[in-house]
Design a protein around this ligand. Structure first.
Ligand code: KG4
Ligand code: ZN
Length: 350
């Protein structure tokens, strides 16, 4: 099967073609085009929904055409079309959904609406052929969750954030430190020359029962530490704060993931566990090292897709579409885009 995927739920306009004809063991990504709107949003210090929707509308046709061309195919060679149907900024999701439906209707191709989070969740099956079940750590700008992925459409939530998402905490910390937007990569770069032990920041919920996360107290502690330093933060102050923040985040995620692994082992039959990290924050090198240590200590196989497939892209949407279409599912052309769509309900994508 060759499936076209479309992703427009935030500030990346993306289209990709994937195929399940295996070359070298894993399915093939025939093309993967991502147009970032960062420059459009940077002056505002964050993603502006109306600007995002207009930019998707302006660029998506050309991005889809490029994805098909780079795959070396014509529309006739496709077996189906998948587009993110939510959750996300509704203007962008509408643009992607209408484009996918239009191509599907004109070419008489099956169409399937994909939950964006399911796209992140299944990426490891595209990149590393990971079998079900596995434990998923989903860390992105809008989400911070631990889920048991039992099968296609079967996701059990073990823990989630009770306030900010972890990517959001990175973005807000970056803003506070004057590191600009997007925050995650900026904090990671600044942290490289910083001392992670200089500031004793809190580790919210560490050691507590359950697998939930909390980041708003940590963000407040960073702000307080910055205020205590006075008006003019030196470059070293900023680097030390960034490193201390990142270390706190890694500690918390390690603690919560270890608990989730325990819970996951009870759910499965005790066979060797697999931990998959996904979402934009999984591109963070310090977090990757933390998870590597955790998995070495617990006899767990760690799978982290390459950074370009951790941040938003359409290959993950095409792949999730391929898995669903291959299972005989499809969505009606009356599918309504969903601004909110919990992953645990992704099975109900009628
Ligand atoms: O998955 P994603 O591309 O979009 C969402 O669905 O949210 O994740 C974007 C988030 C942003 O908050 C961004 O700051 C964060 O991922 N991020 C990072 C890194 N790269 C992206 N956070 C920490 N370190 C990074 N290297
Ligand atoms: Zn995402």
């Amino acid at each position: 099967m060759k499936i076209l995927g479309i992703e427009t739920s935030c500030d990346e306009t993306a289209a990709a073609v994937v195929s399940d004809e295996r070359t070298g063991g894993t399915p093939a990504i025939l093309s993967n085009i991502v147009l970032s709107q960062l420059d459009d949003h940077r002056p505002f210090g964050g993603v502006v929904p109306e600007i995002a929707a207009r930019a998707h509308l302006e660029h998506l046709d050309a991005i889809v055409a490029r994805a098909i061309e780079e795959a070396g195919l014509g529309l006739d060679a496709l077996d189906g079309i998948a587009a993110t149907g939510g959750p996300g900024l509704i203007g962008g999701v509408l643009v992607g959904t209408m484009t996918a439906k239009a191509i599907a209707a004109a070419r008489n191709l099956p169409y399937v609406a994909i939950n964006h989070l399911e796209g992140h969740a299944l990426t490891a099956r595209l990149t590393d052929d990971v079998p079900f079940p596995y434990l998923l750590l989903l860390v992105s700008g809008g989400h911070c969750q631990l889920l048991a992925v039992r099968g296609l459409g079967s996701y059990e939530l073990l823990g989630t954030t009770i306030d900010d998402a972890v990517g959001e905490a990175f973005d807000k910390t970056a803003k506070l430190l004057g590191l600009g937007f997007p925050g995650g990569p900026a904090v990671e770069t600044a942290a490289r020359t910083g001392d992670p032990a200089r500031f004793a920041l809190p580790r919210p919920l560490r050691g507590r029962p359950g697998c939930d996360f909390s980041f708003s107290g940590l963000k407040t502690a960073v702000r307080q530490a910055a205020v205590d330093l006075g008006d003019d933060l030196s470059e070293q102050d900023v680097a030390d704060l960034a490193a201390s923040f990142q270390a706190a985040v890694c500690d918390v995620i390690a603690d919560r993931s270890r608990r989730a692994l325990d819970a996951f082992l009870e759910i499965t039959d005790g066979s060797a566990p697999v931990l998959v990290a996904a979402g934009g924050v999984a591109a963070n090198g310090a977090l990757r090292e933390t998870l590597t240590s955790l998995c070495e200590a617990t006899g767990t196989r760690l799978v982290v897709p390459p950074p370009a497939l951790c941040t938003d892209n359409a290959a993950m949407v095409a792949w999730a579409g391929l898995e669903r279409l291959r299972a005989g599912e499809r969505s009606g052309l009356d599918f309504r885009p969903r601004p909110r769509w919990p992953l645990a309900e992704a099975a109900a994508a009628e």
